[in-house]
Design a binder for this molecule. Structure first.
Ligand code: 5GP
Length: 114
């Protein structure tokens, strides 16, 4: 069996993270290598490797991820706006094989991404 991802280990409290939100389906914590003044990752507790691996059965959790991102953005005072990003697969730049939504804010963000 493949080993746990780093995010599963955070869910299981095997490694530390600055957790800022948790419910039955999701966990949100600060990114260890922030790309903006606010950089939070929102992840499902269910081990879904990527958006491409999710199915219609995951619609509730997919909706919850965005709902939690919005809630955290309000809680962290991102009143000027923010960006949510899901990197998927190799071309998408995904580096951790556990679905996650990046919530970035606190500065003006350039577009398009590289
Ligand atoms: P990806 O490139 O897969 O979309 O994003 C993975 C993110 O996870 C990166 O922004 C990276 O900084 C973050 N990350 C990787 N390992 C850890 C960790 O151990 N703890 C935390 N809090 N974030 C991590």
């Amino acid at each position: 069996m493949a080993g746990k991802t780093i995010f599963k280990r955070i869910i299981d409290r095997e490694i530390p993270a600055t957790i800022i939100y948790e419910d039955d389906l999701c966990l949100a914590f600060k990114d260890v290598n922030p790309q903006a003044p606010t950089h939070v990752l929102v992840i499902p507790k269910k081990e879904i490797p990527s958006l491409a691996d999710s199915t219609e059965a995951d619609e509730a959790v997919l909706g919850r991820l965005l709902s939690v991102a919005r809630k955290v953005a309000v809680d962290l005072g991102l009143t000027n706006g923010y960006r949510t990003v899901i990197n998927c697969g190799r071309d998408g730049g995904q580096s951790v094989d556990h679905l996650h939504v990046h919530l970035l804010g606190g500065r003006a963000l350039a577009w398009p991404p590289g």
